[in-house]
Each structure stands twice: as C-alpha cells, then as structure tokens.
Write a protein that binds this ligand. Structure first.
Ligand code: ZN
Length: 428
C-alpha cells in the first residue's frame, strides 16, 4: 500500500485536547504514522497549503439505496409520506438498489463522509457498492417481525447469513437493523440481542421518531418505547438508536445507564415535521453518546454531513432560545468522535491521531465562504461556513477515494447515468 504525505494543512485533530495544528500528515499502511513537521518523503505527496483537514465524517443513520428516490415523497403529511415511500419501495429491483447505493456513496465521498451506518434489506447489494466506493459501511440488515416483511425467509436469519459472509472485514461491517418497535416484537428484539451478543454486531434501530409511535406503543404495552426496551433487557452498549426525539428524562437516563448511543437526525425530523426535537442538551448532561445521521434521501433529501452539523446546532439553539446549547465544537464532536464511539470504533477512527486509520477530508480553505482562516475559528468555519462543495480530497483507510475533486473509486458519469435510469424505472 502506497505511503502518502499530506503537506502544510491546518489540521483539526479532534484529539483529547482538541488541538488545531498547522503541519503535515504521514500515512503508512492505511494508518496515520506521523503528524506535525514530517521530514522525508512518501510514495505520493499531496499539497494542502491553505486547506483544512478534518477526520472523515461519520453518518450514523442513513438508507443510501434510497438516493434514487429523491423528490418522490416531498411535502406530504407523515402518513401519506409513509404510504408513498412504501409503495415505491415495494417496486425496487436489485439493479436500482445497486444504482442507488452507488449514487449514495458518490454523494458521501463528495461531502466528506468516510464511514456510514446503513439500514435496509438487501445489504448484500449495498455492500457491493460500498466496496467499489472505498468507504467504510456499517451495514445493518433490516430485521422485523415476519408478518410485516417483504423479505424472503426470516429477516434475522438473512442478517446472520450476511454477517457470516462479511465477518472480520474492516470496511464492510455487518450490523442488525431493527426497524422499530412498531414492527418488532419483544421476541425479535431479544433474538437480535442474542445474535449481537454472540457476534459482536451493532444493533441499530429507529426509536421514538414520532409522537404517534410513542403513544401507540404506550397504549399497547403501557410503556413508552425506550422504557420498554430497557425493561425487556434489550438496551446496551452495542445499541445505536436513530432519531430519539420523543423521550422523557427517565428514558434519557435509561439510555445513559445502558451505554446506548443515539443518532440525531435534525433535517429528517424537521422535513417530516414530526414535531420532535431530540433532547440533545439533556442527553449530553446525562452522558448519552451522541452521533449525527442524515437519514435517507426521501426525508432529507441529502447525505451532506457538513450541512447536518450546522442544522443540528441551529435547531437546538433556536429551540431552546439559547445560542450556547450546542457549540460548533460539540457538533463536530458528534459527527466524528461520537459516531466512532457509537460503532465501537473509537480506537480506529473519529480523530486524526497517530495509529488511527487514515480517514481524512481535505477542505479547500481558500474558498470565499470559508476564508479568512484563523486558528481560533477554524472549527466554527467547518460547522457554520463549509459545505460539500468545499471538499477537495477524501482519503479513507489510507486510500484516496477523491483527489482534487476527481472521484477515483467510482466512475462518476456511469453512476449518475445508471441512477437516472433507476429513478425512471421506479416512477414508470
Ligand atoms: Zn431512518
């Protein structure tokens, strides 16, 4: 594997001291070998004078195969939205899932995401696109009760088979994707937990996204969803809950005690107008690990983590009438270190430190919307000023997947063309 030397950038390390440095980064064998003033040379040199380097962003909740469904279910009441999405989803073929997954990976590369958590059926097809893209995917096979699924066979068994096919792969990490309490029984949750405990897989699930979900569950089980999951003995450190918007303080404490992480999805919640704003300040206070997700392309409609960080910070500030409630630094922490920790990968990714995987995003500092650069406001510049168009180069696990805005891993023209066909097919 080629060694790479990135020269002369502003580096937002995200290390324990949250250091911001000016210097070089040496990459050897896919990992960060040195940071600072690096002498000598490498197989490849990247000049990053005037640029800003951040750790690869972690999108902690998405459904990338849905990127070909952009604009197909916009501006609808929640129930109509669900009906329309499910109707389109039912028509999906392996080809258009692959095309959608490739387009999703392309968009993530261009937006500086290097690790993503996906939830869908057909993760085997999504894995193919992920391998081609060079990104790291935590691919969570959709698991739900048999009576609700369109999958062939038993979802949990399909998930287990997917695990055995990809076990031990550094870039394709299988997980369990429990769709939510409305389609998963106690048996399904506990069966998944048993499989997760045995295999080390992550359990990723939608939780308390809408008020209706919470009240329906309460009517049926006399417990709110997170309370119920705690009571049946499901919650633990290997859990990552998406949305987590409609929670009580008791439930937040349950999440904190169990070590469960959450992926807040501000744009999705706002676009669907579910009325729930995730209680991020209370979760931070209780010690819940927080990550950020974009959700899928019918509810966002983009996979842009730079935009998502800004929206999260603004939503929380606006909602609490308090501009101090989530800082730029905290938003960046959620999108990097928080995501890494949610996946149990905090020793491998999430910051720029010697020994970690080289997941790096080079952002063009000399851009009108970011310039001028000042060390003290670089983090704010990333969260409040930068957008996906500023991402110049992306390195994932030591391999460049985009250099100087040219995507190297995927054939961009082909991906765009194929996904156009896929969209027409779904609408036809
Ligand atoms: Zn989702």
């Amino acid at each position: 594997m080629k060694s790479i030397l990135v020269r002369g950038a502003h580096i937002i390390t995200q290390n324990d001291a949250r250091q911001v440095l000016k210097g070089d980064i040496l990459i050897e064998n896919g990992r960060i070998a040195a940071i600072g003033h690096v002498r000598g040379s490498a197989d490849e040199t990247i000049d990053a004078q005037g640029d800003i380097i951040i750790p690869g962003l972690v999108n902690a909740h998405t459904h990338i195969a849905m990127t070909v469904m952009k604009g197909m279910a916009d501006d609808l009441p929640f129930n109509d939205f669900l009906e329309k999405s499910f109707a389109i989803d039912a028509k999906r073929t392996n080809e258009d899932i692959l095309a959608g997954a490739r387009l999703g990976c392309l968009e993530m590369i261009r937006g500086g995401t290097t690790t993503f958590v996906d939830m869908y059926y057909a993760e085997d097809i999504i894995a193919k696109a992920t391998v081609e893209s060079g990104l790291r995917g935590v691919l969570c096979w959709a698991v739900l009760d048999r009576e609700y699924t369109t999958q062939k066979g038993v979802p949990l068994e399909n998930c287990q088979r997917f695990f055995s096919e990809h076990q031990g792969n550094e870039m394709i990490i299988p997980g369990i994707g429990l769709q939510g309490v409305y389609v998963c029984s106690k048996e399904t949750f506990l069966g998944s937990k048993e499989l997760a405990d045995r295999t080390g897989m992550l359990m990723h699930f939608h939780l308390s996204e809408t008020r209706k979900e919470v009240y329906d569950h309460k009517k049926r089980y006399q417990r709110r969803p997170a309370d119920w999951l705690q009571e049946i003995g499901f919650l633990g450190e290997n859990c990552l809950a998406a949305h987590a918007a409609w929670l009580t303080i008791n439930e937040i404490n349950d999440l904190a005690r169990s070590g469960c992480s959450i992926a807040t999805c501000p744009v999705s919640n706002m676009k669907l107008a579910t009325g729930g704003v995730a209680p991020v300040p209370e979760m931070m206070k209780a010690g819940v690990n927080i990550a950020i997700g974009t959700d899928g392309s019918t509810t966002n409609n983009s996979l842009d983590m730079l935009g998502e960080m800004k929206t999260l910070a603004l939503l929380q500030k606006s909602n609490r009438w308090d501009p101090t409630v989530v800082s730029a630094q905290q938003a960046l922490d959620f999108a990097t270190l928080g995501g890494a920790r949610a996946l149990g990968l905090e020793k491998e990714i999430g910051s720029i430190e010697v020994g970690k995987r080289a997941d790096l995003v080079i952002i063009e500092g000399r851009s009108a919307n970011i310039w001028p650069l000042r060390k003290e406001s670089l983090v704010a510049g990333i969260v409040y000023c930068a957008n996906a168009g500023n991402v110049k180069s992306v390195i994932c696990s030591g391999k460049p997947v985009m250099l100087e805005r040219k995507v190297l891993s995927l054939n961009e023209e082909q991906v765009l063309e194929e996904s156009n066909k896929a969209m027409s097919g779904l609408l036809g």
